[in-house]
Design a protein around this ligand. Structure first.
Ligand code: NI
Length: 156
């Protein structure tokens, strides 16, 4: 088990457009394994490679049943709308109100380069959108309506 340091949004890695993965090699597998360990250790729902300082299009998402590995993910379908609270491991101690689709479908490659599709609702749809934004250098604070107030955070 290897944990990686989680970068904050004050660091430039969080604001860069990530590159497509072309080598499905041991280095990618190690990155995915480390990202899964790091996500579980941090009690997060999703983690994108730039959050551990790697500017590649790689995301892991904990659906509750399994941890999805999404390499070169693309949003292919969305429907509905939800307005809710969102946080980010790279923005510790803060939460914001963000509008996202209610359902989101992505296509992605697995660690061996095979394409597959995954659909998520509610929290998972929110997570897909949030993590894919990270790959384009977008942090939720750039697309949110506003931060939660301290009073609202106490109520949570
Ligand atoms: Ni995030």
């Amino acid at each position: 088990m290897a944990l990686r340091r989680i970068f904050t949004d004050r660091e430039s890695a969080l604001h860069k457009v990530c590159k497509t993965v072309t080598n499905f090699d041991q280095k990618l597998h190690q990155l995915l394994d480390d990202m899964k360990d790091t996500l579980l250790d941090a009690n997060g729902v999703g983690l994108a490679a730039p959050q551990v300082g790697i500017l590649r299009r790689v995301v892991v998402v904990d659906t509750g049943d399994e941890i999805l590995e999404l390499v070169n993910p693309e949003l292919i379908e969305t429907s509905g709308e939800q307005v809710g609270v969102e946080g980010c491991l790279s923005v510790p101690g803060k939460y914001g109100i963000v509008k996202r689709p209610m359902v989101a479908k992505v296509k992605a490659q697995d660690r061996n380069g095979n394409w597959f599709e995954a659909e998520g609702e509610e929290l998972i749809a929110r997570c897909f959108c949030h993590e894919l934004d990270h790959l384009d250098g977008i942090v939720y604070t750039q697309v949110m309506d506003r931060f939660l107030t301290e009073e609202e955070m106490e109520e949570m």
